[in-house]
Design a protein. Structure first.
Length: 189
């Protein structure tokens, strides 16, 4: 069985070098669906694979970086131009009103700069590219069985084979910490 959570992500991007309108900067509300699977079910009384609000919390810490953000490919000449404007405006390294910031990250596919609400990608950020980026960011935190991303008329999905199991609280389904304790309800293994 799977637990399924959906997020909205509002972002701006463009397809640098693409022949078509998408080479111009534009925005989307992208919809990401995360399906989490686990071989071991929590307490039958709890009866959940994984509480969806917990999937949200774990994923949103990272995914916040894409919301109200600009996503550009690393070789896009718009990147230095925009950073230059942000620098001159004094908002490149953060601003008191830039509060909804995610945890900065750097993977093979993308680097997040929450202070300037920017994500720099290695490849063009298509729906397929987004799935690759998201899986890489969350695969160690959640047992992801499937990711779906839709943006405008584009959509892509990918299924993954779930192998391991993440040790979780039998009472509330939250992942246990290294000491075998539930960070939410205090249950101890
Ligand atoms: Zn687009
Ligand atoms: Zn618990």
């Amino acid at each position: 069985m799977r637990s399924i959570t959906t997020f909205d992500l509002q972002y701006a991007h463009r397809f640098y070098g693409f022949q078509g309108e998408a080479q111009y900067l534009h925005g989307h509300t992208g919809v990401l669906t995360i399906e989490v699977e686990d071989s071991v079910s929590v307490n039958p009384g709890v009866n959940m694979v994984y509480p969806c609000n917990e999937i949200r919390k774990v994923a949103w810490d990272v995914l916040k970086n894409f919301d109200h953000a600009l996503i550009l490919r690393e070789d896009d000449p718009l990147l230095p131009a925009i950073l230059d404007v942000y620098e001159k405006q004094g908002i490149k390294n953060g601003h008191p009103q830039n509060r909804m910031k995610g945890e900065a990250f750097k993977t093979e596919w993308a680097v997040a700069y929450p202070d300037s609400r920017l994500v720099v990608t290695k490849e063009t950020m298509t729906v397929e590219g987004m799935i690759k980026i998201v899986y890489d960011l969350l695969k160690d935190k959640l047992n992801i069985a499937k990711l779906t991303f839709t943006s405008g008329v584009n959509a892509a999905s990918q299924e993954y084979k779930v192998t391991g199991t993440i040790d979780r609280c039998p009472l509330c389904g939250v992942a246990l910490n290294e000491e075998g304790e539930c960070p939410k309800c205090g249950y101890k293994k």
